[in-house]
Design a protein around this ligand. Sequence first.
Ligand SMILES: N[C@H](CCC[C@H](N)C(=O)O)C(=O)O
Length: 292
Amino acid sequence: MARAPFAKMNGLGNEIIVADMRSRADRVTATAAVALNADPATKFDQIMAIHDARTPGTDWFVDILNSDGSSAQACGNGMRCVVQALAAETGRKMFTFETVAGILNAEEHADGTISVDMGRPKFGWREIPLAEEFRDTRAIELQIGPIDAPVLHSPSVVSMGNPHAIFWVDRDVWSYELDRFGPLLENHPVFPERANITIAGVTGADQLTIRTWERGAGLTKACGSAACAAAVAAARTRRTGRQVSIIAPGGPLSVEWRGDDHVVLTGPAEWEFSGSFDPATGTWARDTESAA
Ligand SMILES: N[C@H](CCC[C@H](N)C(=O)O)C(=O)O
């Protein structure tokens, strides 16, 4: 198959490859994802593959792959990168995308920031999903560390299209070994589809500071859907209001849980370089006119 164009971008340091798979029938394979992630120049957290629309009224279908080759149902930071790339190409500002999780609208603002409507959060244990019934998902029974002095415990759980667990902490989020606990919690049997694991602290009025261990990608500098999940969980547990500023390691994002139940994520996107790649194998080359 012919090579497909891609852009290496990031959303607050969340490493994103936007792949242009329009007008072709093949998909980016897990093999290609793993190969691209193994190369330091193209190492990424998610690939956002733009395909032709499947549903009337939508502009494009976006397929999302994690760096381990698994698929994700949502990626807020990646969607902003997709919007920036398509806005630059088309001159348009508003878009309607389809993903496996549903239809979502996004808009580029005059200041260059981008808002993505991430849809409605889901709180039911079957919807997240959890392996067993929990009536109240604002805090579920789950802990890690010594049984009588757990390091992390009682997370809020929520689906933003993808599964999230938010562990509330009092100390600095950097004082927890998320690289050690992340993989254990991501793969805990209570999460049959694994989960994105976030530690979150309230660091100001309507402000949260978070770090995320992403399902299928590991530690990342930012995770947009986790920012949304943390904001919603904070409002549900009355830690904040519904308009929240989220400080991720890569920088700030803003999240509004609107009155119509939709969660809107706003933040920047940044282009790094462009190239072309083989969606079957991940072999790639940088465009010669592209910046270093
Ligand atoms: N970085 C993404 C989330 C990727 C989620 C993925 N790790 C999964 O659910 O498997 C974001 O900005 O929302």
